[in-house]
Write a protein that binds this ligand. Structure first.
Ligand code: NAG
Length: 479
């Protein structure tokens, strides 16, 4: 176990924006935990925004800064289908009278955002209405174009991230960081650090100023801190970096699958209005793939028979989706009925590498302790997508292991999978993939926590057998 320190920041030029009221320099960071942080005096950072994101994979939290009464600046990776911003908060689990909760009308990620490299990881959120300015809610102006912070300057990073025990914290925390010479980061991160657009901060010798994550030896887990460079105009603090913590994910404890050992696996390439995304799925009839409802998009392509999805393997069959049938009861707010059938444009050819997976009987139940298999091309570490299919064995858990952790857990329609004592789970990009127990597709990867620690929640396929049969029957194989 090696602690890894990594700070990446991005400063973007303003593009064409010349209006003085427009933000000019953006900088963002991402990080995992604030070490040696302390609770801030309540409401001493009235520009801090708590951002709740309903993304493709799950709900998560981000931070942001109110830069105008109707605009919040945050990181592009915080994009989701539905975003809500809470302003004026100190303890975000409380309904404080100072809080203003406002929905986001439009999320505008930087057009050159590169999610793989975390380049231009910045996004503006336009609020549905203007925030009311109060003692607790105040916009923060941005620094001048090309303003620089000097090495040695002390900045503060604030957020509702996680503490060292990986518990989400309720109250706003902050930590002081010292800006370092660019060379410090250039030597540590020769491939990643760009001095023109990034800031090197945090003294590696000081434990409190570091952002670290524990890494299993086999895994390369990077970590980032989303932060925003704050203007010199705030009194008392010359320059300030304000950060939000965000936790990246991975398939934990997985291993590469034997090529084509899971011939029912489908790799879904999904177009959405903002960013393309991917999901897993599985072939249940030659012309139908089962996946999660949250994997919806404006257009979906299904790749079957793949092992390395970056290669053009001869076993692969790429087929467009003719119709997507999302379960009518799907509720993105609480992930209920997270199931979707995709009718393919043509029937898949059954081969050694492409085969259907059987489904359980209606209302069948799995006993806790049952050993099952999940597979996916999701993240194996932060930023690192796997090209080759990974698999992991996971055990079915008692329902209470999930109802304790997830308020939305529904034991009638969901399965709780993965022991919290083992570092094995599913994460971003694995969504929609099957949980295979005794050779049958019992579950669909639905959601977990922000960190990717087990258990995770799977859609209980046996609860949806009548809907699956009815839907597929409407379209005979030849249709
Ligand atoms: C935040 O509020 C919740 C709910 O009222 C409370 O249980 C918790 O202790 C508070 N956290 C802190 C750090 O004060």
């Amino acid at each position: 176990m090696q602690p890894l320190l990594l700070l990446l920041a991005f400063l973007l030029p303003p593009g064409a924006g010349t209006e003085p009221s427009q933000p000019r320099i953006f900088q963002s960071f991402l990080s995992e935990e604030i070490i040696g942080g302390r609770e801030v005096k309540p409401h001493s950072r009235p520009y801090m925004a708590f951002v709740r994101v309903l993304a493709t994979e799950r709900t998560w939290r981000c931070g942001g800064v109110l830069v105008q009464r109707d605009f919040v600046l945050t990181a592009a990776h915080c994009w989701g289908r539905s975003i809500t911003v809470t302003l004026g908060a100190h303890n975000i689990t409380k309904q404080e009278r100072t809080q203003q909760v406002i929905k986001v009308k439009r999320a505008i990620p930087h057009p050159a955002y590169n999610p793989r490299m975390h380049i231009n990881d910045i996004m503006l959120l336009q609020l549905e209405r203007k925030a009311k300015k109060t003692k607790y809610v105040k916009p923060l102006s941005l620094p001048r174009h090309k303003a620089r912070v000097k090495p040695g300057q002390v900045c503060s990073v604030a957020g509702w991230g996680q503490d060292q025990q990986r518990n989400l914290v309720d109250t706003l925390q902050e930590v002081q960081l010292r800006v370092q010479e660019d060379e410090e980061c250039e030597s540590r991160f020769p491939k990643n650090y760009i001095r023109q657009t990034q800031i090197c901060a945090g003294d590696p010798k000081e434990k409190k100023a570091s952002f670290k994550v524990r890494i299993p030896a086999s895994m390369q887990l990077l970590l980032f801190l989303v932060a925003l460079l704050l203007p010199p105009r705030t009194e008392a603090e010359n320059t300030e970096i304000n950060a939000r913590c965000f936790l990246p994910g991975k398939i934990i404890g997985g291993r590469e699958a034997r090529p084509h050992a899971h011939p029912y696996m489908a790799y879904l390439q999904i177009q959405t209005p903002v960013l393309p995304t991917t999901c897993g799925g599985f072939l249940v009839r030659e012309d139908f793939v089962l996946t999660a409802a949250h994997c919806q998009g404006s257009s979906i392509t299904v790749k079957l028979g793949a092992h390395n999805i970056r290669r053009q393997e001869r076993t692969q069959q790429s087929i467009g989706v003719r119709r997507a049938f999302r379960h009518p009861g799907y509720d993105p707010q609480n992930n209920q009925n997270d199931i979707m059938l995709l009718q393919l444009q043509r029937r898949a050819r059954k081969t050694r590498a492409v085969r259907t997976l059987g489904l359980p009987q209606s209302q069948g139940r799995l006993r806790p302790g049952t050993q099952c298999m999940v597979a996916g091309w999701g993240l194996v570490s932060l930023n690192r997508r796997t090209e080759k299919l990974q698999e992991a064995q996971l055990r079915v858990q008692q329902d209470r292991a999930c109802s304790r952790r997830f308020r939305t857990y529904n034991s009638q329609t969901q399965i709780c999978v993965g022991s919290s004592r083992e570092r094995k789970s599913v994460f971003k990009g694995d969504s929609g993939g099957p949980l295979v127990c005794n050779g049958v597709g019992w579950g669909i990867v639905s959601y977990g926590n922000d960190v990717g620690t087990p258990p995770a929640v799977f859609t209980r396929v046996s609860s949806f057998i009548p809907w699956i049969k009815r839907t597929m029957r409407r379209f005979k194989q030849s249709d």
